[in-house]
Design a protein around this ligand. Structure first.
Ligand SMILES: NC(=O)C1=CN([C@@H]2O[C@H](COP(=O)(O)OP(=O)(O)OC[C@H]3O[C@@H](n4cnc5c(N)ncnc54)[C@H](OP(=O)(O)O)[C@@H]3O)[C@@H](O)[C@H]2O)C=CC1
Ligand SMILES: O=C(O)C(=O)CO
Length: 297
């Protein structure tokens, strides 16, 4: 059993598994907002042996170093690798703190967001239109960059709409029924390019935007941009280009800058963070805690 478990920010999981959580820990402290400073994180985490954290709060090395009781960090978000994590995995490992994350919980909302916006754009149903006349998605070339959990579901949805689906990923995947293209070919050939990469994976630079060219749609729903910001600014300024961006990819500063531009479509909330996703997330977070406690028996 844990001694003090702290839900350090808006993890989104509490109400679904409250009873189960209480059974795993002597004391449970729940916060619902994002701590504004390192000091606030430290105050909240005081004497915790277990911390649950969303993707919004950085548990950096200097924080982990000064929490002597800490032995478990449950990430209430994706954990891909050290480089893309908001928890310093290396410091945690050095201090024998176990870090567990979850996968495949928020994908469906992302798929629904992307296709609701794409359909509106292509059919010209809102205040913007991809072409001067309505066009169907069928036959349009769709490129997925990052064929992981979200990328696969987005690809399948595109195929459902009879789009011509291609993908680029770090590895070619035998089980994927879509055509693999090297990145530069995918960028130049596809009309719609959808980025589904881990946080901090920036693959599209100035040259990449040149390859994309004009009259295209770029989608980013991952954590942070998978493209270089300055190169994007120039590309989106060109006639006929559109971007569809989820909240978890943009900063407030970016939103303010692009608020009035009709060709930048921005979600007002994180698309994958639905009630259904929070339920799936809650179960996975609890399963991770249980498996950690079992392993220590
Ligand atoms: N907006 C939202 O609500 C949500 C957003 N997300 C975000 O979406 C993104 C994708 O999540 P998810 O699909 O679960 O992640 P996965 O880890 O399942 O997939 C990521 C994919 O990216 C590929 N990849 C990683 N690095 C590179 C690289 N350098 N070059 C090419 N391909 C690379 C990997 O390829 P390979 O398999 O070949 O190694 C992998 O297939 C993340 O940023 C995640 O945080 C997730 C859920 C909800
Ligand atoms: O958990 C994740 O990876 C997310 O991107 C949540 O939006």
């Amino acid at each position: 059993m844990f001694k003090r478990t702290v839900l350090i920010d808006n993890t989104g999981i509490d109400e679904f598994v409250l009873q189960e959580l209480k059974a795993l820990t002597e004391e449970l402290i729940i916060y619902h907002d994002i701590p504004k400073s390192k000091n606030e994180i430290l105050l909240r985490a005081d004497k915790a042996d277990a911390i649950l954290v969303s993707w919004n709060t950085n548990l950096s090395s200097d924080i982990i170093e000064v929490l002597p009781e800490l032995r478990y960090i449950g990430m209430c978000c994706s954990l891909y690798d050290e480089a893309s994590s908001n928890v310093d995995i290396i410091t945690a490992g050095r201090k024998n703190i176990v870090v567990k994350g979850v996968r495949d919980y928020g994908d469906q909302g992302v798929v629904e967001f992307i296709f609701s916006e794409l359909i509106r754009l292509f059919l010209g149903l809102g205040n913007r239109s991809f072409r001067s006349e309505a066009v169907e998605l069928g036959g349009i070339k769709f490129g997925v960059v990052g064929m992981g959990s979200v990328g696969r579901k987005v690809a399948d949805a595109a195929a459902f709409f009879n789009m011509e689906v291609n993908y680029y990923s770090r590895t070619i995947k035998e089980e994927i029924p879509y055509k693999y293209l090297p990145l530069s070919e995918l960028l130049s050939q596809c009309d719609v390019i959808s980025l589904h990469l881990p946080r901090n994976t920036v693959l599209i630079d100035e040259q990449g935007f040149k390859e994309i060219g004009a009259g295209k749609v770029l989608i980013n729903t991952g954590l942070g941009f998978s493209f270089e910001r300055m190169a994007f600014d120039e590309w989106i300024g060109q006639e006929g280009n559109f971007a569809i961006l989820d909240t978890d990819s943009i900063t407030t500063e970016f939103r303010n800058e692009y608020r009035t531009l009709a060709n930048v479509i921005m979600n007002e909330r994180v698309s994958g963070f639905t009630r259904n996703a929070r339920k799936r997330l809650s179960q996975k977070v609890i399963d991770n805690m249980r498996s950690y406690l079992r392993s220590r028996c």
